[in-house]
Design a protein around this ligand. Structure first.
Ligand code: FES
Ligand SMILES: [Fe+2]
Length: 439
């Protein structure tokens, strides 16, 4: 599954042509005319804010002979003019300019421009400013697709009424299958003490020690799941937030923004969210490294997308995200924390990718196609639970404490349901054998 052209074709047709795929955050295009160009596998889209303030997602392919209309990645434009023959479109997608219209087409009578637009994305929806598109015009509403994962999403994307703002993305390509990062972020707390040993040794992040990681809970709800760290004993909500480096003024805003179920996950249950993945390819990070020699700890949030290029290559998009209402000094410190851990300069990032590239190249061979990987962590051979359910857990979905591949199994169960049933069986909870602990 990590390096197979046939499986990749199926994923393109049955996952990426049907599920909701993240494109951009509204904060990336705040003003009329702002746009970014993003992809769903091979399909390029312009995500643009029109003069009316509305965000639209348009297929970036000229109605004439199919040239990519907008070739810049980010900018501000009232119009897009096709580089090939010069057809031009308003930033709401409508065709308004056609060179030699009368001579070439017989004018408006011969070929009316009126009513012609760049193809809109079949379905567009947003949650907390995160704009998603689906190539399936019958996609369920995004909120239904997210299911109870929306509760967890709010830890990352809704810390204050101002919402979050994104910077970036940094983009780079890795010779690794897109699923490995998605699986890792949704539940692999087991790799942290081994892969990221040096991060602890240099004093960047104090938490990945084996004992700390196994005390965290793994949660899965709706279309996504993630990992948490156990906070030191008996901290209140405010103390838990302070422990990971939030300044008091932000804590007060967050306290009134989040529901009591959100606050209780931290204050009552003692868990702080860390990495997560929303199916198929959007991941989140929340870590709190030490950013200077005086021991100043600051948290950061990163969004990242595993954009498939082929079965053996992935384009990574990595954004820094921060509460838009946070003080400027905090934003700078949090940005520094992000750059030290993730993004193209981050230590965690480089540790992880070394593994994923190696898995992908090893999976390519004949023997690599024969080996059945082990995905049973947290269960005995008889299917009994090794991990425990947390004593108290205020979030929805399933939660387990201890090392386990519960989340990866659930994620893979959704994956296999899409491949087998094209996603149509999937408007409820995942049903595949992997979710129930099958091989
Ligand atoms: S292909 Fe765009 S104007 Fe001809
Ligand atoms: Fe990692």
């Amino acid at each position: 599954m990590y390096n197979d052209a046939e499986i990749f074709e199926l994923e393109r047709d049955r996952i990426f042509a049907r599920s909701w795929v993240f494109l951009a955050h509204e904060s990336e295009i705040p003003s009329p005319g702002d746009y970014v160009v993003r992809r769903i596998v091979d399909d390029s889209f312009i995500v643009s804010r029109g003069e009316d303030g509305q965000v639209r997602v348009m297929f970036n392919m000229c109605l004439h002979r199919g040239m990519q209309v907008c070739r810049a990645e980010i900018g501000n434009a009232s119009h897009f003019r096709c580089p090939y023959h010069g057809w031009s479109y308003k930033n709401d997608g409508s065709l308004i300019g056609l060179p030699f219209h009368a001579d070439a087409y017989g004018g408006e009578k011969g070929f009316p421009k009126k009513g012609k637009t760049l193809l809109p994305a079949p379905s567009v929806d947003s949650y907390r400013g995160l704009v998603f598109a689906s190539l399936d015009e019958n996609a369920p509403p995004l909120r239904d697709y997210l299911g109870d994962f929306a509760y967890y999403l709010d830890f990352y994307a809704n810390q204050s009424p101002a919402g979050i703002e994104l910077r970036g993305p940094q983009r780079w390509r890795i010779k690794a299958n897109w699923k490995i990062g998605a699986e890792n972020f949704c539940g692999d707390s087991y790799h942290t003490p081994q892969t990221h040993t040096s991060v602890v040794e240099v004093g960047l992040f104090g938490e990945p020690k084996a004992s700390k990681r196994k005390e965290g809970a793994l949660y899965f709800a709706g279309r996504g799941g993630g990992t948490t760290y156990k906070l030191p004993r008996d901290l209140s909500f405010e103390e838990g937030m302070r422990y990971v480096g939030y300044p008091d003024e932000m804590i007060e805003t967050t306290r009134t923004t989040w529901s009591s179920e959100h606050r209780d996950l931290i204050g009552k249950d003692g868990f702080m969210v860390s990495a997560a993945t929303l199916f198929p390819n959007l991941s989140f990070v929340h870590n709190w490294p030490q950013i200077n020699g005086d021991g100043l700890v600051r948290p950061f949030i990163s969004l990242r997308q595993w954009q498939p290029v082929s079965e053996s290559e992935t384009e990574v998009l990595s954004w820094f995200a921060v509460d838009a209402g946070a003080p400027e000094s905090y934003k700078e410190e949090s940005y520094k924390a992000y750059l030290m851990c993730f993004g193209s300069s981050g230590m965690f990032e480089q540790d992880d990718v070394e593994n994923w590239v190696s898995i992908t190249s090893t999976a390519k061979g004949t023997m690599g196609h024969r080996l059945r990987l082990n995905s049973r962590m947290g269960l005995t051979l008889d299917g009994d639970l090794v991990s425990q359910e947390p004593a108290s857990f205020s979030g929805p979905g399933t939660a387990y404490v201890g090392y386990g591949e519960h989340n990866q199994r659930q994620w893979l169960s959704i994956w296999s349901d899409y491949l087998e049933h094209g996603g149509h069986a999937l408007h409820g909870e995942p049903t595949g054998t992997a979710a129930r602990g099958g091989h």
